[in-house]
Design a protein around this ligand. Structure first.
Ligand SMILES: *Cc1c(COP(=O)(O)O)cnc(C)c1O
Length: 397
């Protein structure tokens, strides 16, 4: 077993060694600027276009519909701001979910200051949107629906195909933040009627700082980054060739054995969930049991703080998260856990274990052994737990 046990694959992943190897050449040999004409630049250009083809193939898009960005946050910003700007004469209403990643939520809040109106739809207790509520929110001036494919904290997978159908029928543009889904569950932008899709390489064993936005042919979108003519005049800046190559290589490899690997992960996930819930009292699973990312476990433990669990796990070499990496470090409980109806104190006591391709059954067994004593130890120190025990004793008599 390695000295680090990494169960935080929803925050980021380790780069596959094969990917790292393929990137190398574009740092030190074929390092030419993709816009120049000599040989080492032509090699860069060729690598970029081959990578674009691989990324397109992974989601059943056309090569000309894939645009490289600096990651998931940029893709989300571009999709929302670009569509808002291009279609504002048609309407100024946007529909999204209350549990979106901050890259979508904060962009929506920004657009509200520019005169757009945003409906933040609630989700049900399982973290999934009610399609009827979505239909009811649609107005004549709705220009965009942005619904995440799968949630980064609780792993809930939204009914994307159904939403795509509705949006297409109504002539509304449909964007999905698929950063947690690409490389993990099958995606077909055509069959799912998706107009715009965000992805990020570091969530599927590729490098950080590189992503893509799929833009369906015919969708108008103003650029976010102005400058040179790269990415068909839609996204300026010298292409990050090694990262682009790494992203495509990672995605190609991941999609190739997606079915097998997701089945393996789902089995480990279920072993973790069942093992934790059966060995630790006053614990509950957050998110849907069935409509769930294969690698996501999110459990709340009453009477303890998530941050304390993380510290004790860290002492055992286990990397995990207590919400999203962006919210840990602040005292606010996760907006996602509050949105599925958890009271503040339960939201504070949550633990996310996200599995990936490098995790083994042995590691799962190790956590199942280490976690129960950690929770017991924290509860022994918890005044909340003490009060609870006193009260429950007085109830019995
Ligand atoms: C990680 C993540 C992002 C942000 O992607 P970056 O590449 O880190 O900018 C956006 N949305 C979701 C759902 C994510 O999980």
């Amino acid at each position: 077993m390695e000295n680090v046990i990494y169960f935080d694959n929803a925050a980021t992943t380790k780069v596959r060694p094969e990917v790292f190897e393929q990137m190398n050449k574009y740092f030190s040999e074929s390092y030419g600027n993709g816009s120049s004409i000599y040989k080492i630049a032509r090699e860069s250009r060729k690598a970029i276009e081959q990578s674009r083809e691989k990324v397109a193939a992974a989601i059943n898009a056309d090569k000309n519909e894939v645009f490289f960005t600096a990651g998931g946050s940029e893709s989300d910003n571009w999709a929302l701001k670009g569509v808002a700007e291009s279609y504002s004469s048609k309407g100024k209403h946007i529909i999204t979910l209350s549990i979106e990643h901050h890259a979508v939520l904060h962009t929506c809040q920004f657009l509200e200051t520019k005169g757009f109106e945003v409906t933040y739809l609630p989700v049900e207790e399982d973290g999934i949107v009610d399609i009827n509520k979505l239909k009811a929110a649609i107005r004549d001036d709705t220009i965009l629906i942005s619904v995440m494919f799968a949630n980064n904290e609780i792993g809930s997978v939204q009914p994307i195909e159904e939403i795509g159908k509705i949006a297409r029928q109504k002539g509304i543009i449909f964007h999905t933040d698929a950063v947690q889904a690409v490389g993990h569950i099958p995606i077909d932008v055509k069959a799912m009627n998706i107009d715009l899709l965000s992805m990020s390489a570091h969530k599927f064993y590729g490098p950080k700082g590189i992503g893509a936005l799929y833009i369906r042919k015919g969708i108008k979108i103003t650029p976010l980054i102005h400058g040179g003519a790269q990415e068909k005049n839609r996204r300026a800046g010298t292409e990050n060739v090694p990262a682009i190559v790494g992203m495509a290589a990672a995605l190609e490899l991941t999609v190739k054995d997606l079915n097998e690997e997701s089945a393996r992960l789902a089995r480990l996930r279920d072993k973790l969930i069942d093992g934790i819930l059966s060995s630790i009292p006053y614990s509950r699973l957050n998110g849907s049991r069935e409509k769930r990312l294969p690698g996501n476990v999110n459990i709340s433990f009453e009477f303890v703080e998530g941050e304390s669990i993380l510290l004790l796990l860290d002492m055992k070499g286990i990397c995990a998260s207590s919400g999203s990496a962006c919210t840990s470090g602040s005292l606010d409980p996760s907006h996602v856990l509050l949105a599925i109806g958890l009271p503040h104190e339960k939201a504070h006591g949550s633990l996310r274990l996200s599995l990936g391709m490098f995790n083994t059954e042995q590691e799962v067994d190790f956590i199942l052994k280490e976690l129960p004593p950690i929770i017991s130890r924290l509860r022994e120190m918890s005044p909340l737990y003490e009060d609870f025990l006193k009260n429950s004793k007085s109830d019995v008599k």
